[in-house]
Design a protein around this ligand. Structure first.
Ligand code: DC
Length: 225
């Protein structure tokens, strides 16, 4: 039954705007939202919490199978819990993102998180944002979007996001970290960050959020009527 439920996939590198855009599109359509990066970040948090080595694939797969992840409140403004502990703010740190990126290269880890992500596909529809939503997790999605933006612009956006959350950051460090994370996300053997062949690509460097949302909505109207 889940295959009949429409999915809009929004993939792209960190800071391309996919999270903000996915949330707004889900809100407008009143569809469910999957922030797949949050799932990798929650696992990264649990791996740190349990002092598991970031290369120990078997141990991380074990953690992935055992943690209880809960999104609470409005889906587009969700609080995140792991094993009953709120981690909404903690998983947004650069440190957690870096661990997430490192463990995301492990094929067993990606496989262990597949079912958890596909469970979000429920009527009336799902907006899924991440790196491999259109290529691996929901390859049959009727609408696929791939967002990009320059490294400098993405670093500026992340900087502002971190400041808004009261977290410290240096713009130069962010440029370096984003470049390094891009390299890792695009270079990994399993589910590398690439646009699906049937995805509409959109460079958001010069665009406001509303303009990107409108472009996505027009794709949705074109594909889903
Ligand atoms: O989108 P984000 O920054 O919250 O994602 C954190 C990390 O998780 C990112 O560096 C790569 C990984 N990730 C992934 O490999 N596949 C996804 N679908 C989502 C995130």
């Amino acid at each position: 039954m889940s295959d009949a439920v429409p999915v809009i996939t929004i993939d792209g590198p960190g800071g391309s705007g996919k999270g903000t855009v996915a949330r707004e599109v889900a809100r407008r359509l009143e569809w469910h939202l999957l922030d797949s990066g949050a799932i990798y970040r929650v696992l990264a948090y649990a791996v740190g919490r349990d002092a598991v080595a970031t290369e120990d694939e078997a141990a991380i797969v074990d953690v992935a199978g055992r943690i209880r992840i809960r999104f609470e409140g409005g889906e587009t403004d969700a609080r995140v819990f792991v094993d009953g502990e709120e981690v909404t703010a903690a998983i947004r740190s650069e440190a957690c993102g870096a661990i997430a990126s490192r463990i995301a290269v492990l094929p067993g880890v990606r496989a262990a998180l597949l079912a958890r992500q596909r469970d979000f596909r429920r009527p009336p529809g799902l907006v899924a944002d991440g790196r491999d939503m259109g290529t691996v997790v929901f390859p049959d999605a009727p609408v696929k979007i791939f967002l990009t933006a320059s490294v400098e612009e993405r670093a500026r956006r992340r900087y502002k996001q971190l400041m808004d959350q009261g977290l410290g950051a240096s713009l130069n460090d962010l440029v370096e970290e984003i470049t390094e994370r891009d390299r890792r996300d695009a270079g990994r053997a399993v589910a590398p960050l690439v646009a699906a062949a049937d995805a509409a690509e959109l460079d958001t460097t010069e665009l406001a959020v509303d303009e990107v949302v409108e472009a996505v909505m027009s794709q949705v109207r074109r594909r889903l009527g």
